[in-house]
Write a protein that binds this ligand. Structure first.
Ligand SMILES: NC(=O)c1ccc[n+]([C@@H]2O[C@H](COP(=O)([O-])OP(=O)(O)OC[C@H]3O[C@@H](n4cnc5c(N)ncnc54)[C@H](OP(=O)(O)O)[C@@H]3O)[C@@H](O)[C@H]2O)c1
Length: 346
C-alpha cells in the first residue's frame, strides 16, 4: 500500500514510517525536515504545513493511508481539504487530552470531549486538548466516519522518548543520586499508570490503517499501579537500594512538580482530579488489534536508550541528581520530626 505520513521526521511518526516499511508498504513523509530525517527507505517531501501550498505535490498522487501526527488545527484542515479525494483512509494521532474529565477511572471513548479550539493556530500547550478536538473534527468532516481512525494516545514510552517521562524511573534506579542507592519516590503506590510502547502504537496505526479500521479509540498501555511500575523498573535497572517514599504534600512543599518538566517526578498525577488520566479503558483498541508488549521490555529498552544518550544530560522530566540528592538530605533531616514520613526498604 502507499502510505503518506504527515510528519515522520520525529519520534512516533518515524516509528510509523519504520513499521510501514517493515510490512512492505511504500512510504513518503511530508515535513520540513527540521526535526530530523525519515527512516531509510521512506521518501521525504519537504513542505511547511503553515503554507497554503504545502500539499500541492502530495495532492497529485493517490494514497491508501495517510497518518497524521499534527497538533495544529490549521495543518489538519488544509491537509484534509487537499487529500480527501486522493486518499483512502486517514489515521489521526490524537490524545487523551481531548477529554473534558480526567477524574473518572475506566472511562471509554464515549466520555465528553473539550470544546474544539476555534481558528487554525494553537498558540500554546494550554489548549492542546482543544486543538486536538478541532483536528479530529476536521478529519471527520472531510473524510466521514467510515474512513477515519482516531487514536487518542495516552503516555507514549520507550526508546526515543525525549520528554524524559518513561525513561526517568529506570534511569534513576540504574544510576541513583545517592551513594547508598536510595531513590526518592512519591507516595502514590496505588495510583494508576499507563505507558504505551511507541513501537506497539506505530505497528497498530499501520495495521489498523491498512485494514480500514474506523472509529475513535483510546490507545493506551496496560493499567499498572505505580508501585508495580516501579517494581518493573527496579528489575530492569537491577536496583537494590531503598525507595524513600515521600508524601505528595511534602514534595509539593519542596517545589517538586508532578508528571513532567523541570524538577518533576514523572508518572505522578495528583488525585482525585487526574485519577482517570492514566486509567482509561483501552479495550476497544485491543479488540481492534492493539497489541501490548510487556512493560519490562519497554523499560529495559528505554533504559538502554537513556544510557546511550547520556545519563546526566539535561532532560525533559525528572529531578537532576543534584536536586534529588538535596531532597533526600532534606527528607532525612525532617523525617524524625514527623513519624508519618518514612523510608521503605525494598
Ligand atoms: N508523547 C506522548 O506521550 C503523546 C501522548 C499522546 C499523544 N501524543 C501525540 O503523538 C504524536 C507524536 O508525534 P511525533 O513524535 O512523530 O511528532 P512530534 O514530535 O509532535 O513532531 C511533529 C512532526 O510534525 C512535523 N511538523 C511540525 N511542524 C510542521 C510544519 N509546520 N510543517 C511540516 N511538518 C511539520 C515535524 O517535522 P519537521 O520539524 O521536520 O517539519 C515532525 O515530524 C503527536 O500527535 C502527539 O500529539 C503524544
Amino acid at each position: 500500500m502507499r502510505f503518506l505520513v504527515l510528519g515522520g521526521t520525529a519520534w512516533l511518526g518515524g516509528q510509523v514510517a519504520t513499521a510501514a516499511l517493515a510490512r512492505g508498504h511504500e512510504v513518503s513523509c511530508l515535513a520540513r525536515g527540521t526535526s530530523g530525517s525519515p527512516p531509510d527507505g521512506a521518501a521525504l517531501v519537504r513542505a511547511d504545513r503553515d503554507d497554503a501550498e504545502a500539499y500541492d505535490l502530495v495532492g497529485r498522487t493517490d494514497w491508501d493511508v495517510v497518518v497524521d501526527v499534527a497538533r495544529q488545527p490549521g495543518h489538519v484542515r488544509r491537509a484534509t481539504e487537499a487529500l480527501h479525494d486522493r486518499c483512502g483512509r486517514y489515521v489521526f494521532v490524537s490524545s487523551l487530552n481531548v477529554y473534558a474529565d480526567h477524574a473518572t477511572p475506566g472511562a471509554d471513548e464515549s466520555a465528553a470531549l473539550l470544546p474544539p479550539l476555534g481558528g487554525d493556530v494553537m498558540e500554546n500547550m494550554e489548549t492542546y486538548g482543544e486543538a486536538k478536538v478541532a483536528c479530529e473534527q476536521h478529519v471527520l468532516g472531510a473524510f466521514g466516519q467510515d474512513r477515519v481512525l482516531v487514536a487518542r494516545a495516552g503516555l507514549i514510552g520507550g526508546p526515543g522518548d525525549v520528554s524524559g517521562r518513561t525513561g526517568y524511573w529506570p534511569l534513576r534506579l540504574a544510576r541513583p543520586a545517592s551513594g547508598d542507592g536510595q531513590v526518592l519516590v512519591p507516595d502514590i503506590g496505588d495510583h494508576a499508570t499507563q505507558v504505551l510502547d511507541v513501537r506497539d502504537l506505530a505497528a497498530w496505526l499501520v495495521d489498523a490503517g491498512a485494514s480500514g479500521t474506523a472509529g475513535a479509540f483510546n490507545a493506551t498501555g496496560e493499567t499498572v499501579p505505580f508501585a508495580a511500575h516501579l517494581d518493573a523498573a527496579r528489575t530492569v535497572a537491577d536496583h537494590h537500594g531503598a525507595l524513600v517514599t515521600a508524601p505528595e504534600d511534602w514534595l509539593t512543599e519542596h517545589d517538586v512538580q508532578p508528571w513532567m518538566g523541570p524538577r518533576s517526578l514523572p508518572l505522578w498525577l495528583p488525585e482525585p482530579e487526574y485519577a482517570g488520566f492514566a486509567d482509561r479503558d483501552n479495550s476497544a483498541a485491543r479488540a481492534a488489534g492493539l497489541t501490548l508488549r510487556p512493560l519490562e521490555e519497554t523499560l529495559a529498552d528505554v533504559l538502554e536508550w537513556e544510557l546511550a544518550e547520556g545519563a546526566d544530560r539535561s532532560r525533559g522530566a525528572g529531578l537532576t541528581r543534584a536536586e534529588e540528592g538535596e531532597l533526600l538530605e532534606d527528607y532525612a533531616q525532617e523525617q524524625p520530626r514527623d513519624p508519618r514520613r518514612r523510608s521503605t526498604a525494598p
